[in-house]
Design a protein around this ligand. Structure first.
Ligand code: ATP
Ligand code: MG
Length: 499
C-alpha cells in the first residue's frame, strides 16, 4: 500500500524551476532514500509536503486521501513530520521547552515541572542522549539534531521526513539515528531520508528515488542496485572518481610550522608542519581538537602556549582578519554562523572579503570586475543559481556551501584551512572540489583539510595528522596509511599516549 503519492508536482521561484512534473511513491513500512545533486529540488519538495510552500501544479495523496497541507502545523495534524536541513531550535530555551514548543500549556502540561516530566518520558521512550533541562544552545550539533528528532516524533507522525539528518553527525551518532528510524518504522508508517552519503543510504533505505534538475529520474531497490548506478542516475553521466593528489617532494619548503600549541580548554602540545604544495589531512573523531587547531592558527581562539612560524618567522595572529593579512584563510565548519551574509547577493558574498585587495580602486568598488570574478567561480564550482545577483538565502544548502568555498578561493591565500569542505555537498560536486584542491596544491598553495570522512582524507592527503583528545597522536604518510591505522591513532586515549 502506498503511504504517500506525489504526482506531476511543479514549483517555480522567480527565475528558477525548482520542480517539474515530479513523481514519488512511498510505501507503508519502508524507508525511502531520496537523492539528487545540490539544487535538484529535494528540500523544495519537502517544503511542499510540510505546507511551507504551495505547489504550482500536481497532487499529493497521503494514506489514500488527497493531501493539501496549508501550513506546517496542518501537516503535523495530518500526520507528516519534517526535520529540516536547517535547525530551528531556540538556543535560550531548554531541551524540554524546545521539544514542546508551540503546544498550548494547560492542555499539554500545566507547569514547568510537568513539562520536564513529559520531556523526560519522551526522551526515555526514544532512547535519546538528552536531559530535559539542558539549554539547547549548549548542545553539540549532534544533540541538537536529536532534539529536532524528538520534537518531530513527539507528534507521533505516520510519515517522518528527514532532510540530510546526518550531515553533522559522526559514525556512532549516525548509528544511533538509524536505530531510532528502525524502531519508528511500522507497517503503517514510513520515512523519507534525504542524504548525500551513499554508504548510509545503502544501510538504511529499502528503496532509493533519484531526482535531477527538479524531475523524477527513477527508483531502485537498494538490494538490487549499485551505488555507481545511483550516482550515474543522479548526475546524468559517468563520474570519474579518481582524482589523486600529485606527490610532494619531502624537500619542499616548510611554510607553516606549529610547535607546542596549547589552549586552556583542549589543545596539548600540538606540533606539525605544512609544506608548500601540500595537502595535509587532519583526521580524528568529533571533539578531538581539529577545529580548535584551525581556530588557534587563525587567531579565532586564544593560544596559551606554543609558537606559529610562517616561512621560518614567528607570527602572532590575534584574529582571523590578521590571519588573512598573512594570507592564511580558514573556511569554517559552521558556515551558517561564520561563513555567509545570507541577505546579500551571491556575487557580493564571493567577492566581498577580497574586496580590499582586488576590487577596490581609489575607494570605488569595481562592481563589474567583482561580478565577473564571481561568475567565473559560479561556473567552476557549478553553483546552481540564476545569476550572481541572486540573494544567497535562496540557494539550496549545498550551493550555499559552494559559495563559501568560492569566497576563499577568490581571496588568493597561500595557506588554506578547509574544515569539512564537502559536508552536505553532492558526490559530483565533491569531485569538482577535490580537483580544485589538487589544482591549488599543484599551483603551490598549501592546504590543511579537516574531514570526518576517512576515505576522503586517505585519498586527498599527502600526509595525515591524526588527533585525539586535543593531542596529535600520529602523523602518517598517506601513501602507506590505512583506514585501520588512522582509526587506531584517532581512538588513542590520553593515558595511552607516551608522555
Ligand atoms: N525561496 C526560493 N527562492 C528562489 N529559489 C529557490 C528558493 N528555494 C529554492 N530555490 C531554488 O530551487 C532549486 C532547488 O533547491 P532545493 O533547496 O530544493 O535543492 P536541494 O535538492 O535540497 O539541494 P541541496 O542538496 O543543496 O540541499 C535551487 O536552484 C534553489 O536555488
Ligand atoms: Mg536541500
Amino acid at each position: 500500500m502506498s503511504l504517500l503519492e506525489v504526482t506531476g508536482v511543479g514549483k517555480s521561484f522567480p527565475g528558477v524551476k525548482a520542480l517539474e512534473d515530479m513523481h514519488l511513491e512511498l510505501q507503508a513500512g519502508e524507508v525511502l532514500g531520496l537523492v539528487g545533486e545540490n539544487g535538484a529540488g529535494k528540500s523544495t519538495l519537502m517544503k511542499l509536503l510540510s505546507g511551507i510552500y504551495e505547489a504550482d501544479a500536481g497532487t499529493f495523496a497521503f494514506n489514500g486521501a488527497p493531501y493539501e497541507p496549508s501550513s506546517p502545523k496542518h501537516a503535523l495534524e495530518l500526520g507528516i513530520s519534517i526535520i529540516h536541513q536547517e535547525f530551528n531550535l531556540m538556543p535560550d530555551l531548554t531541551v524540554a521547552q524546545n521539544l514542546f514548543i508551540g503546544r498550548e500549556p494547560g492542555r499539554f502540561f500545566t507547569s514547568e515541572r510537568a513539562l520536564n516530566a513529559r520531556a523526560a518520558e519522551l526522551i526515555e521512550r526514544l532512547h535519546l542522549p538528552l536531559r530535559p533541562k539542558q539549554l539547547a544552545g549548549d548542545l553539540t550539533v549532534a544533540k541538537q539534531q536529536m532534539v529536532e528528532i524528538g520534537k518531530a516524533l513527539s507528534y507521533e507522525p505516520k510519515l517522518l521526513i528527514m532532510d540530510e539528518p546526518t550531515a553533522a553527525l559522526n559514525d556512532a551518532e549516525v548509528e544511533v539515528l538509524h536505530e531510532l528510524i528502525r524502531r519508528f518504522v511500522q507497517p503503517d508508517t514510513g520515512v523519507i531520508y534525504i542524504s548525500h552519503r551513499m554508504d548510509e543510504l545503502r544501510r538504511i533505505a529499502d528503496r532509493i528515488t533519484v531526482i535531477r534538475d527538479g524531475r523524477y529520474v527513477g527508483t531502485r531497490n537498494t538490494a538490487e542496485t549499485t551505488m555507481p548506478e545511483v550516482i550515474a542516475m543522479m548526475v546524468g553521466r559517468e563520474l570519474n572518481m579518481d582524482a589523486q593528489p600529485v606527490g610532494v617532494r619531502a624537500d619542499r619548503e616548510v611554510v607553516l610550522e606549529v610547535e607546542g600549541l596549547h589552549t586552556k580548554d583542549l589543545l596539548r602540545d600540538v606540533s606539525f608542519d605544512l609544506r608548500k604544495g601540500e595537502i595535509l589531512g587532519f583526521a580524528g573523531l568529533m571533539g578531538a581538537g581539529r577545529t580548535e587547531v584551525a581556530r588557534a592558527v587563525v587567531g579565532a581562539d586564544r593560544i596559551d602556549g606554543g609558537t606559529i612560524k610562517l616561512r621560518g618567522r614567528e607570527i602572532k595572529v590575534t584574529n582571523p582578519a590578521d590571519a588573512a593579512r598573512h594570507r592564511i584563510g580558514y573556511l569554517s565548519e559552521d558556515r551558517k554562523r561564520f561563513g555567509l551574509l545570507l541577505e546579500q547577493e551571491v556575487g557580493a558574498n564571493i567577492g566581498l572579503s577580497a574586496l580590499a585587495e582586488r576590487f577596490q580602486a581609489w575607494g570605488f568598488v569595481k562592481d563589474a570586475a567583482m561580478r565577473a570574478t564571481a561568475a567565473d567561480y559560479v561556473g567552476r564550482l557549478r553553483i546552481k543559481t540564476p545569476s550572481v545577483k541572486q540573494t544567497t538565502k535562496h540557494l539550496s544548502g549545498g550551493n550555499q556551501q559552494k559559495v563559501v568555498i568560492a569566497k576563499w578561493l577568490v581571496k588568493d591565500c597561500d595557506i588554506l584551512i578547509f574544515d569539512e569542505p564537502t559536508r552536505g555537498i553532492d558526490v559530483g560536486a565533491k569531485e569538482e572540489i577535490y580537483r580544485l584542491l589538487n589544482d591549488l596544491a599543484e599551483s603551490g598553495k598549501s592546504i590543511i583539510m579537516i574531514s570526518s570522512e576517512l576515505p576522503e582524507i586517505l585519498r586527498m592527503s599527502h600526509r595525515i595528522v591524526v588527533m585525539s583528545e586535543g593531542r596529535v597522536t600520529g602523523t602518517l604518510d598517506a601513501g602507506e596509511a590505512t583506514q585501520e591505522q588512522v582509526m587506531h591513532y584517532a581512538t588513542l586515549r590520553r593515558s595511552e599516549v607516551a608522555a
